[in-house]
Design a binder for this molecule. Structure first.
Ligand code: HEC
Ligand code: HEC
Length: 407
């Protein structure tokens, strides 16, 4: 009789999941996927189904690049979870930053590791003309669309007539910068070309908005938690549950990796060897200046909402030395399939990421190279080997079994 009670107590205690109680339940549920993405008033076509189709065609189209061989999909390969798997992607040069995946990308607030873009459509224009990425040009892009009857028809149905390119040079800029005959054009003609170019970005952004991450074991668990379905909740591996507790509890990962994307969308120095005030890559500090100087920013003339909340956020940005070498907190869904990790791709797998946070492997020695940073260095969590395994299991459970969202 006594041993029976004891047995029930022991088994009862071991199956009672702390995540079913507050504050853990609430904290865990704050990470649930959101159905709706924030609207983008700077892009009136962001939810136009015709723009989604055109945007996908453009995303995969090598004809927009300088050599006719490179497309967005060359680096953001849909079959590989929208990454290239390389530490340093190669377009026309080795790029010092890791290629981010594009899952739920429309849920971000700033784009790029340094946040130098404040809309998805503005972002899409940069790689097309980048010397390191596609080496294309806005005039070449518009000529390509004008010369292809299918693309032209689809474009004009959404955005109206393409501008005339009569008398315009082949490219607006070359290796030496802007081409003189482009600069000499009247402001109206240049604006019309720029507007058509931004429409290409707006169509691509509409497509990117549809890239939603598939349901993961973690999402199924949160659903069970929300429904109070204890039985379904036990299907989530106990190790992953312990890892989740570390993530929202002792490990305090949620101070930065929070909300539906598991990212606060802001910029931090995690103490990586190559981040912080001694970093060669200026990170957010450089990103703010680039954003403010870019005519395609959300407060500029090509935005469909230049006086709205998004542009207000950009105009209020101030460069703070503390932001030197700070990078945007990455979203974590599907990250199992997007190695390597961190802005410079220096951590090869999720095991290395866990060792980084647990033992500070790959981190700067405390106190080094962040003299004027107010942000305190993360302390080693010194997890036990078992806890490291749990955290790893949790991180893996944020991804589905498949790299693409098709299966
Ligand atoms: C040569 C490889 C390469 C090509 C081609 C390329 N990208 Fe990227 N992409 C990258 C890298 C590297 C970054 C990170 C850049 C940074 O943060 O400085 C990036 C960043 C992005 C981001 C920001 C994601 C985020 O989470 O902030 C988006 C969106 C994106 N690319 C879309 C595109 C589109 C659209 C195209 C085609 C017009 C394209 N990329 C072409 C490598 C590439
Ligand atoms: C101070 C904010 C902060 C905290 C706390 C934090 N992270 Fe991060 N995390 C970041 C930032 C910023 C990056 C990217 C840094 C870089 O690229 O230099 C990152 C990168 C990552 C990555 C790599 C993702 C990718 O796609 O490259 C993973 C995984 C990760 N963190 C998991 C965790 C876990 C697990 C914890 C808790 C043990 C944690 N983080 C705590 C801010 C934080």
């Amino acid at each position: 009789m006594i041993s029976g009670v004891l047995w029930i107590l022991i088994v009862g205690a071991s199956i009672e999941d702390p995540l079913l109680r507050e504050p853990y339940r609430r904290r865990a549920l704050s990470l649930a996927q959101s159905e709706a993405l924030p609207a983008d008033p700077t892009n009136e076509s962001s939810q136009d189904p015709r723009a989604v189709v055109l945007g996908e065609m453009l995303f995969k189209e090598p004809g927009l690049s300088g050599d006719g061989k490179t497309s967005c999909a060359s680096c953001h390969d849909p079959a590989r979870g929208f990454v290239d798997g390389k530490q340093h992607p190669r377009g026309f040069a080795l790029i010092p930053r890791d290629t981010p995946a594009l899952w739920d990308v429309a849920g971000q607030r700033w784009w790029g590791w340094d946040g130098r873009w404040d809309s998805l459509w503005m972002q899409a224009l940069a790689p097309i003309e980048s010397e390191m990425e596609m080496k294309g040009d806005r005039l070449q892009v518009i000529r390509f669309i004008a010369g292809n009857s299918d693309f032209k028809k689809r474009y004009e149905q959404i955005f109206g007539p393409l501008p005339s390119l009569d008398g315009m040079p082949p490219r607006s800029r070359d290796r030496n910068g802007p081409v003189a005959s482009w600069m000499a054009l009247g402001a109206g003609r240049k604006t019309a070309v720029n507007r058509a170019f931004t429409n290409v970005g707006k169509a691509m952004a509409a497509f990117e908005r549809t890239l939603r991450s598939p349901t993961t074991p973690f999402d199924s668990y949160l659903r069970a938690l929300a429904d109070g379905d204890r039985k379904a909740a036990t299907e989530y591996h106990p190790g992953a549950r312990r890892g989740l507790l570390l993530f929202i509890g002792k490990g305090n990962c949620v101070s930065c990796h929070n909300g539906p994307l598991l990212s606060d969308g802001e910029f931090h120095d995690t103490g990586l060897l190559t981040s912080g005030s001694a970093a060669r890559d200026a990170g957010r500090y450089g990103g703010i200046q680039e954003l403010k100087d870019n005519p395609f920013r959300s407060s500029g003339r090509y935005s469909d909402d230049p006086d709205g909340a998004i542009s207000g956020r950009t105009e209020r940005l101030r460069r703070d030395p503390m932001l030197w070498g700070a990078f945007r907190t990455p979203a974590l869904r599907q990250s199992l399939h997007t190695a390597p990790y961190f802005h410079d791709g220096s951590l090869v797998d999720l095991e290395a990421v866990v060792r980084f946070y647990s033992r500070r492997e790959g981190a700067r020695p405390a106190g080094a190279g962040h003299g004027h940073h107010r942000e305190a260095m993360l302390k080693p969590l010194d997890l036990t080997p078992g806890e490291e395994q749990d955290l790893l299991r949790f991180l893996r459970s944020l991804s589905s079994g498949s790299k693409s969202n098709q299966g």
